[in-house]
Ligand binder design. Structure first.
Ligand code: DGL
Length: 264
C-alpha cells in the first residue's frame, strides 16, 4: 500500500478551515497540515509587496519542513498575488483560491452579482481580469470588507459578535431593486463561509452565496490521483500550526473541519 499523501493547507488565519473541510471530505485518506499565518493576520491590511515578501519564503520553509505532496493556498488575498511566484519557485503542485466570479455570473438570473472579499482582493488586477473575462453581461459590484475576516475569527473563537457589525459589512453587497437587484454574492474570502448562517439571516433579501471550496477540493483530489485504500480517516494525521507559535486551544471547535480528527 502506498503512503498516504500529505496536504498542506495555508491561510492567514482560520478561514482556510472552510476549504480544508471540503478537501478532507473529498480525501479522507490524506494526512493534513493546516498552517494559519496568524503572526501576519489580517492579510487584507497589508500591501501587495508585503504579502509576496511574506508568503513566498514562508511557503518554502513549510515545504522543507513538512514535505507535502500538495499545497493549497486557502486564501484569496494571497492567491490573487502569489501563485505564479510559488509555481516558479517550488516543484510541489499548488492549488489556489480565487473569487468564483465565473460560476456566479453564469448562474445569476438578475445579472447583478456582488463580490465580497478583503479590500486587498477586490483591488487586485487579477480580480478585475476575472470580471473582464467572465462577467458574461453581469453588473459586478466589488465590496471590500475591512473587518469581516476578523469578525469571523472572533466568532469561531467563541466571542460574541454583534449582528449590527456583520450587517454593516454586508450591506454594500445588496444593490438595485425588483428584477434588477443582486441575486448572487461571491464569498471571495475563505473566512466568510464561517459566518454563512448569519450572513443568510442578516441579508436584506435572499441571494445565492457562492463558495468555491467544493471546486477547490475536487481540483486538489484530481491532482493527487486516485485515493489510497485507507478507510479509517480518524487515524490519519492532522496538525494545526500557528505561525505566532501560540498553542491552539480550540481542538473541539476545530474537529469538524478536520473530519472528526483531533488536530495535534
Ligand atoms: N482568508 C483570507 C482570504 O481568503 C483573508 C483574511 C485576511 O485578511 O487575512 O482572503
Amino acid at each position: 500500500m502506498s503512503a498516504p499523501p500529505t496536504i498542506l493547507v495555508f491561510d492567514s488565519g482560520l478561514g482556510g478551515l472552510t476549504v480544508l473541510r471540503e478537501i478532507v471530505g473529498a480525501r479522507p485518506d490524506a494526512n493534513y497540515v493546516y498552517v494559519a499565518d496568524d503572526a501576519f493576520f489580517p492579510y487584507g491590511h497589508h500591501s501587495e509587496e508585503q504579502i509576496v515578501a511574506r508568503v513566498v519564503p514562508l511557503i518554502g520553509e513549510l515545504i522543507v519542513h513538512h514535505a507535502p505532496d500538495l499545497v493549497v493556498i486557502a486564501c484569496n488575498t494571497a492567491s490573487t498575488l502569489v501563485m505564479s511566484h510559488l509555481r516558479s519557485a517550488y516543484q510541489v503542485p499548488f492549488v489556489g483560491t480565487v473569487p468564483a466570479i465565473k460560476p456566479a455570473c453564469a448562474s445569476s438570473k438578475t445579472k447583478r452579482v456582488s463580490v465580497l472579499g478583503t479590500k486587498g482582493t477586490v483591488a487586485r488586477e487579477y480580480t478585475k481580469r476575472l470580471i473582464h473575462d467572465f462577467a458574461q453581461g453581469c453588473e459586478v459590484t466589488l465590496v471590500g470588507s475591512a473587518e469581516l475576516a476578523s469578525l469571523a475569527e472572533s466568532a469561531l473563537s467563541g466571542n460574541a459578535v454583534s449582528d449590527a457589525d456583520i450587517a454593516a459589512e454586508l450591506a454594500p453587497c445588496f444593490v438595485g431593486n425588483g428584477d434588477a437587484r443582486t441575486d448572487t454574492v461571491v464569498l471571495a474570502c475563505t473566512h466568510y463561509p464561517l459566518l454563512l448562517d448569519r450572513l443568510t439571516r442578516l441579508a436584506p433579501w435572499p441571494v445565492d452565496w457562492i463558495d468555491p471550496a467544493p471546486a477547490i477540493a475536487r481540483r486538489a483530489s484530481d491532482l493527487l490521483g486516485p485515493p489510497g485504500s485507507r478507510s479509517d480517516a480518524a487515524a490519519a494525521a492532522a496538525e494545526m500550526i500557528f505561525t505566532s507559535r501560540r498553542p491552539h486551544t480550540l481542538s473541539k471547535a476545530l474537529m469538524p473541519f478536520f473530519g472528526g480528527r483531533v488536530p495535534a
